[in-house]
Design a binder for this molecule. Structure first.
Ligand code: NAD
Length: 358
């Protein structure tokens, strides 16, 4: 059987650090195991264009392993050409780089290692909220420059205590963010999600649900985005919605770049409508060198906490999702049922409720 994996290149870091399992070099730790069973295992980071290794090998692979950190975009056209493809496995969480509706039509299953990196991301969200609210990045840059001007930083530094924080999406990550924020004594924790939290879960964190998105954002000092990317969430945070945010609110997006409109966010930060934007996800990955989110600043010269897509690929997370991918493939090879929580698309239909109310 032919198995193809598209992962990110680790270079010398992957040679020096074997726990970087999600890299081409360390191939999710699956190479020997698969080859000892007589399977062919191709691993590459080359994913763009018709002559890429990904597009050449996907046509006759039976299993495709991809990762959100270096997404191989499996479009409807490629699915059409991939005649042998039966199983897509996402090494991580979030399978928007796969045309899920086309996979359903072709009866290709799509599985993720659900939950594998949700704590990793929730921690990053809390860090990102704090670094924006406390104006951390310009403060550190000042220190590196050799300067010292307390007032210049303090004029835009606040406490998280007493602020209203809301999450768009209160699933595994969104809920963990709420749990982690509870001890900060925020004024209120809010959430917007078509699936209400169970009462005891909402009570445990003291979170209130707001069902209208515009009303929700108008109440928040900080908004964090934690929904999957699909038809209903692509461009959800656009110029119109940003106009309903409180002036000077902070926005954190570690879900998917394309949920927030690139230019609308850039304009909102530059004008001060947003006091800052932070996250690790981009509308195209790798992000082009001139992507405006790399350098946008608020009128006081701060408000940018952008980093490459790494919140869910800590070494701890890589260990969990590498093990999860192995388990999914082992189940497939031995005809065993899959853990239902990992199935995004089963044979011919969505199995998850998180990619829209269908
Ligand atoms: P989850 O399935 O547990 O939760 C998603 C929640 O979003 C669900 O409660 C669902 O009801 C809600 N939702 C879906 N569509 C909605 C809509 N239109 N309006 C309101 N609510 C909606 O998923 P999760 O594990 O919390 O992950 C969420 C997303 O985070 C993933 O799909 C992925 O895109 C992203 N993610 C990013 C990283 C990273 O490294 N940056 C890592 C893991 C996951």
């Amino acid at each position: 059987m032919k198995i193809l994996a598209v992962l990110y290149s680790g270079g010398s870091a992957a040679k020096e650090e074997p726990r970087l399992l999600g890299t081409v070099e360390n191939e999710l730790g699956l190479g020997e195991w698969l080859e000892s069973q007589g399977h062919e295992y191709f691993v590459t980071s080359d994913k763009e264009g018709a002559s890429s290794v990904f597009q050449k090998h996907v046509v006759d692979a039976e299993i495709l392993i991809t990762t959100p950190f270096h997404p191989a975009y499996l479009t409807g056209d490629l699915i059409e050409k991939a005649k042998n493809l039966k199983l897509c496995v996402t090494a991580g969480v979030g399978s928007d780089h796969i045309d899920l509706n086309a996979a359903i039509d072709r009866k290709i299953q799509v599985l993720e290692v659900s939950g594998s990196n949700v704590t990793s991301v929730a921690e990053h969200v809390v860090m990102s909220i704090l670094l924006l609210v406390r104006n951390f990045v310009p403060a550190h840059e000042m220190i590196e420059r050799g300067d010292w001007n307390v007032a210049q930083i303090a004029r835009n530094a606040f406490d998280l205590e007493g602020k209203v924080v809301g999450t768009i999406g209160a699933g595994r990550i969104g809920y963990r963010v709420l749990q982690r924020l509870k001890p900060f004594d925020c004024k209120e924790l809010l959430y917007y999600d078509y699936a209400p939290l169970p009462k005891d879960a909402a009570d445990a964190v003291g979170a209130r649900r707001i069902q209208d998105l515009k009303e929700f954002v108008s109440k928040c000092d900080v908004v964090t985005v934690n929904v999957p990317l699909y038809e209903a969430t692509r461009g959800l945070v656009n110029a119109e919605l940003l106009g309903h945010f409180k002036r000077g609110a902070w926005l954190v997006n570690t879900a998917r770049g394309a949920i927030c409109d690139r230019d609308a966010v850039t304009n909102a930060v530059k004008s001060g409508q947003l006091n800052g934007y932070s996250g690790d996800v981009w509308n195209v990955q790798p992000a082009p060198g001139d992507h405006p989110w790399r350098t946008m600043k608020n009128p006081l010269g701060g408000g940018n906490g952008m980093v490459p897509h790494y919140s869910g690929t800590t070494l701890n997370a890589q260990n969990r999702y590498a093990n999860g991918v192995k388990q999914i493939i082992d189940n497939y090879l031995n005809g065993r049922p899959q853990d239902p929580v990992n199935i995004i698309v089963g044979i011919g239909k969505y199995e998850t409720k998180a990619y829209g109310q269908r």
